[in-house]
Each structure stands twice: as structure tokens, then as C-alpha cells.
Write a protein that binds this ligand. Structure first.
Ligand code: HEM
Ligand code: HEM
Length: 238
């Protein structure tokens, strides 16, 4: 018999696909990435906020990686990251499933990977004026300059993968008449109730949040030794 997820009232022709943490993760990520771009373009004093937003993005990414192992069915990497055979089958129109399709999964990995690289390089970057990433003391000025260059290169890559991502969503809506945004807002997609996502309960959520907090704490420089005190100025001898 086909029944929905335990405890969830399920309409006969719909399945619960995106759990609440995945949806909050996605829309929070969109807002924070936009904020990181705007604050970096403003520069100056806004760089303090750029650093904080970057740190929050890093926390979201750490949460999502953990959730990819302990979250509910369609949020798990093991469910949607597939090999070339599955991608070929999808391209031939033979894929029937819920959640990220095998090709879309590549764009999810690209988005997560580029953002993780941006957050990581940002920690060692500097703006040549007054702001530097929280872990710059670990690498020193020269290397920090080179890492800043990589942070800038990644900006172009991020714009490319986001443009492809949003382009694909629009293509699906306009050409394939398939609205992917609604499930990312409501959690529900067309499907059978028995296909509804399971797992990813409160304990899994708490564990993923703890991992995210630990990542933010370490990335904020909390583990670095305190900076040496400024050299004592000798009193002038009169
Ligand atoms: C800064 C911009 C954006 C970033 C970094 C981003 C990132 C992501 C990521 C990482 C996922 C995978 C979700 C997961 O499994 O955790 C995703 C999925 C998704 N995003 Fe975005 N996103 C952005 C903008 C948008 C916008 C503007 C829309 C809507 C117009 C959108 C709609 C979606 C949808 C519908 C999915 C699910 C796709 C599917 O069904 O396979 N995203 N996005
Ligand atoms: C995924 C997260 C991040 C995104 C999307 C991002 C995005 C950007 C962008 C677009 C720029 C270039 C602005 C321009 O063209 O002038 C930039 C510059 C910069 N970012 Fe990030 N950033 C992130 C994380 C971080 C973090 C965590 C830090 C530090 C804690 C950081 C520190 C910097 C610094 C110091 C610059 C200035 C570089 C310069 O002026 O040459 N970023 N970031």
C-alpha cells in the first residue's frame, strides 16, 4: 500500500520533496550571497559586513554538507549525485524521479563548490585598505594578496554558475512547463504520497546546526593565538 510519510497528511497526487531546512537553506543562501556581493562592491566600512555575511554563508554551507548526509530523502547527496549513466538516461528522457535530476545535481555541486571556495579564500583575503579576512594572520601579507586574486577570479565563476542555475530554472518553467520554484517554496511536488521524503528529524537537524556553528567559530579566527602586544615605547630620556 502507498502511504505518505508518517504523521504527515498527504494529498493523493503530491509528495513532500524539500524539507523545511533545505528550503530555508536555499532562500537564506540567495539573500546572503546577494548581500555579500553588494557589500563587497560598496567596499570601505561595508567590508566588515562582507566578512560577516561570508562567514554566515560558510555556516550555511557546512550545514548543507552535513544535511546532505543526515537530512531527509531528497536532500541527501547519496540520493541525487549520480554517475554518467544516470545523466545519459536523463538526457534520453528516461529519468523518472523526484528531487534534483542527475544533471541538475552537477549544478548543485558546482554552486556549493564555488561558494565554499569563495568563503574559504575570503578568510585569507584583504582589501589593501583596512579590512582583512579572519585567518590572514595564518598566511601573511604576500600569500594573502595572491589568495585575494583567486577570490576575485571565483567571483566570475560564481556569476557564471548562478546565471546557468537561474537560466535552467527559467528554461524548465518556459520550455518544459515544469515549475521547480514552487516545490522549493512549499516543499511539495507532483508525485505519489509514498515517495514523500523521510528522515532528517530534530536530532539530525541539531547535529547539522552544531557542525555549522563549529565551522563558523573556527573560521572566525577563534582558534588563532592572540596577537602579540604592541612593542612598549621607551620613555624619552631627559
Ligand atoms: C545567489 C543565487 C542562488 C544560489 C547561490 C542558489 C543555489 C542553489 C543551490 C545550492 C541549490 C541546491 C539546493 C539544495 O539541494 O540544497 C539550489 C536549488 C534550487 N534553486 Fe537556487 N540559487 C540561487 C538563486 C535561485 C533563484 C533566484 C531561484 C528562483 C528563481 C532559484 C531556484 C532554485 C530551485 C527551484 C532549486 C531546486 C532545483 C531542483 O528542483 O533541482 N535559485 N539553488
Ligand atoms: C561565499 C562567500 C563570499 C562571496 C560570495 C564573496 C564575494 C566577493 C566579491 C564579489 C568580491 C569582489 C568585489 C569587487 O569586485 O570589488 C569580494 C571581495 C572581497 N572579499 Fe569576499 N566573498 C565571500 C566571502 C568572504 C569572506 C568570508 C571574507 C573574509 C572574511 C571575504 C573577504 C573579501 C575581501 C577582503 C575582499 C576585497 C578584495 C579586494 O578589495 O581586492 N569574502 N568578495
Amino acid at each position: 500500500m502507498c502511504v505518505g510519510a508518517p504523521g504527515v497528511a498527504t494529498p493523493p497526487d503530491r509528495a513532500r520533496v524539500w524539507d523545511l531546512p533545505t528550503r530555508i537553506f536555499h532562500w537564506a543562501l540567495v539573500v546572503l550571497v546577494l548581500g555579500a556581493f553588494v557589500s563587497a562592491k560598496i567596499g570601505g566600512n561595508a567590508m566588515v559586513w562582507h566578512g560577516r555575511l561570508g562567514l554566515a554563508i560558510l555556516g550555511l554551507l557546512a550545514f548543507r554538507v552535513a544535511w546532505g548526509f543526515v537530512g531527509s530523502t531528497y536532500a541527501r547527496f547519496g540520493q541525487f549525485v549520480r554517475g554518467p549513466a544516470a545523466i545519459r538516461a536523463y538526457l534520453k528522457g528516461e529519468w523518472r524521479g523526484l528531487g534534483h535530476n542527475p544533471l541538475g545535481a552537477l549544478s548543485v555541486l558546482a554552486l556549493l563548490g564555488v561558494l565554499a571556495a569563495m568563503a574559504a579564500t575570503g578568510l585569507f583575503a584583504n582589501d589593501d585598505i583596512a579590512f582583512e579576512g579572519y585567518l590572514v594572520p595564518l598566511v601573511g601579507g604576500d600569500l594573502s594578496g595572491r589568495i585575494t586574486g583567486i577570490h576575485h577570479l571565483l567571483e566570475k565563476l560564481l556569476m557564471l554558475v548562478v546565471a546557468l542555475h537561474v537560466g535552467a530554472i527559467v528554461f524548465y518553467a518556459r520550455v518544459k512547463k515544469h515549475n521547480l520554484v514552487k516545490p522549493m517554496l512549499t516543499g511539495w511536488a507532483d508525485g505519489k504520497p509514498c515517495e514523500s521524503a523521510r528522515g532528517g528529524g530534530a536530532r539530525a537537524f541539531a547535529a547539522a546546526v552544531l557542525i555549522a556553528l563549529a565551522a563558523v567559530w573556527a573560521a572566525s579566527g577563534a582558534l588563532l593565538p592572540p596577537p602579540p602586544p604592541p612593542p612598549a615605547t621607551e620613555a624619552p630620556a631627559f
